[in-house]
Write a protein that binds this ligand. Sequence first.
Ligand code: AMP
Ligand code: GLY
Length: 424
Amino acid sequence: MRVLVIGSGGREHALAWKIAQSPLLTKLFVAPGNGGTEAIAENLRIDITDHAAVIAAAKAQNIDFVVVGPDAQVVAGLGDDIRAAGFACFCPSKEAGQLEGSKSFTKALCDEFDIPTAGYARFEDEASALAHIYTHGAPIVIKADGLAAGKGVTVAMSVEEAEEAIIDCFSGAFGASGAAVVIEEFMEGEEVSLFVLCDGETLLPLTTAQDHKRAFDGDTGPNTGGMGAYSPAPVMTEEQYDFTMKHIVEPTARGLAQRGTPYQGVLYAGLMLTDQGPKLVEYNARFGDPETQVMMMRMESDILPLLHATATGMLKGHDVTWKDAYALTVIMATKGYPGDYGKGSEISGADGLDTDDLTVFHAGTSRDGGRLLANGGRVLNVTALGNSVKEAQDRAYRGVDAVDWPEGFSRRDIGWREIARERT
Ligand code: AMP
Ligand code: GLY
């Protein structure tokens, strides 16, 4: 099978790395890829926002199967265009991708199918949004109703903070994504992510992971795309998992199928484990970044038939197996991220670190001859396996410490919640 992976992040490097191990693979391409994917695949330097260019590349390279990584491409309907051109493609339809692309779409689905989530209201003007928070008080959560690269959410601990977030949204801080706001009830608990493949009908649960969204240690600083993750996340009990499948994931898949817009792809459920049971925080309509890095490290099964079966409605009868180990990844980011940062700084010591228990996935990197350069916010994902989260963490940080990159930084506490539980 000739496979094309779309994207250039750590998630896509991890997917490509795992697909590259498949005996079914004959040739692998990544578009546009990064300094890590070029070692295991052929990078195609095309503009992935140009759907015609992606289709032309798929034709030129005789591709059998396209795997779309990033949310922006899912929401833009790249999968529909690729399928219309006659290719098999792992990517939900634009309709079903609204699970991620529109918070109000997901909230309406939760209402219709009784899926537990935070209470909410949607506003298209500033005055009514402000009136709502004056009535309800804080803590309260303000969200731009659209894709805002993870930055459109304010968990406001005070009414003043909520006011500011609403005014920001309506003054265009998130462009068209801020034309409406969703205001949610604050949910208290620990967050966990569950990943489930869905071919439109059949569900195949993958595994759990826990992300670290804030930039700095102790979960402080601004929200980012994710600074590190581990998998599995034992904080989710068997009972909570069963509840989530029965009351959240299954009704979602069934509901979308009933509406005539079946979901084919990976359902990434962001959950809050509250005192009243798991509640949906949000859905993403693609793999997580950096959760994919830890999942691919742990996955024992061949991923290629799983993705292909998901994309073609043939998931029934498939199974997935995992290494009996934890995986943990630490993001090395350019200083300044998630705000402004420089590009082009040199990284040394990152090559040659990979072992059976450690893989350095690349995100924003490029190569200039023998030199490895940083060209993005999140740059390297040092990912390790261990018999405990602590062991995986120790191994990952030994990898981080072997990288010489003065312009980079990372959190030093990835996995802290679970490590604290392991100690007791
Ligand atoms: P989202 O982009 O919807 O995932 O929100 C980003 C982050 O904000 C989530 O990962 C949570 O940490 C937090 N968050 C979102 N909605 C709520 C809520 N209703 N209650 C508490 N925290 C929330
Ligand atoms: N790690 C968060 C995300 O992929 O959205």
